[in-house]
Unconditional design. Structure first.
Length: 258
């Protein structure tokens, strides 16, 4: 038994009471890799092979779009894309590139109801947030339309946001931004078609305008592909008076650093 934390007696007591049940759970449900399922040393982990295939997005990168650079060009450098087509949000941050194990994690959460993956994914996102979660006023997930919500049963972006709120202590505004237009699936659409598909898709829920006006918002989604969805959502937030908008995703589609 480790040393007793006398400053947190309730937490220590809870840990000791739950220890036998934790051991039983490990026996009945042995820890396994969250991606491939092989045995690992702990729950909500990733095996060495899957881990080696994850490309975390680290500095140096574009301060606006978060696109990684192959060389450090100095602080505050922007990508050509950010200069030519400034987005309606202030910055984008993502935890990792959308390939290999990361793509499997996204699909597991989104299509296979693996909500158990959300706490780990949210922790990675918090690490990638570059301090923006710490300084924000609220977290807002990209919403689903009510018909898709009925079919899917849960919103993967809201699951990630819920766990980020728990980890960070920041307010979660899950019902402030709503989807008022039933859009087609974005998968398989080109950039222009994606933009047209989500135009006018979002609105601020009635009576929630003060949640946004003058606030620093972190907008949360699972994947950034062309950016059409978060751009449309950001325009709605900006129109409602958001002072600052950071888009934070678990993954982003990216080929190679520029």
């Amino acid at each position: 038994m480790g040393p007793i934390d006398f400053e947190r007696p309730a937490e220590f007591l809870r840990a000791q009471l739950l220890r036998p049940f934790s051991a039983l759970a490990d026996f009945l449900y042995p820890p396994a890799c969250s991606v491939c399922g092989i045995s690992t040393g702990g729950h909500r982990g990733v095996c060495a092979k899957c881990w080696s295939g994850i490309r975390f997005i680290e500095r140096p990168y574009c301060e606006v779009l978060g696109i990684p650079f192959s060389h450090d060009l100095g602080a505050g450098i922007l990508s050509a894309e950010a200069i030519a087509n400034p987005p309606p949000f202030d910055r984008l941050r993502s935890a990792a590139t959308h390939d290999h194990a990361v793509r499997d994690l996204v699909h597991g959460l989104k299509y296979r109801d693996r909500t158990d993956l959300a706490p780990m994914m949210a922790a990675w996102m918090l690490r990638a947030s570059d301090g923006t979660v710490e300084s924000c006023d609220a977290l807002i997930p990209v919403p689903l339309h009510r018909t898709r919500m009925l079919a899917r049963k849960f919103n993967q972006a809201a699951e990630l946001a819920r766990h980020m709120a728990r980890l960070s202590g920041k307010p979660l505004l899950a019902a402030t931004l709503i989807r008022v237009k039933r859009t087609s699936q974005q998968v398989g659409l080109g950039a222009k078609a994606r933009e047209d598909n989500v135009r006018g898709a979002f609105a601020i829920a009635k009576g929630c305008e003060n949640d946004i006006f003058g606030k620093r918002i972190v907008l949360i989604d699972d994947v950034y592909t062309t950016g059409a969805t978060v751009a449309a959502a950001s325009r709605t937030l900006r129109k409602a008076g958001a002072a600052e908008i950071t888009v934070l995703t678990f993954a982003r589609a990216l080929s190679e650093p520029i």
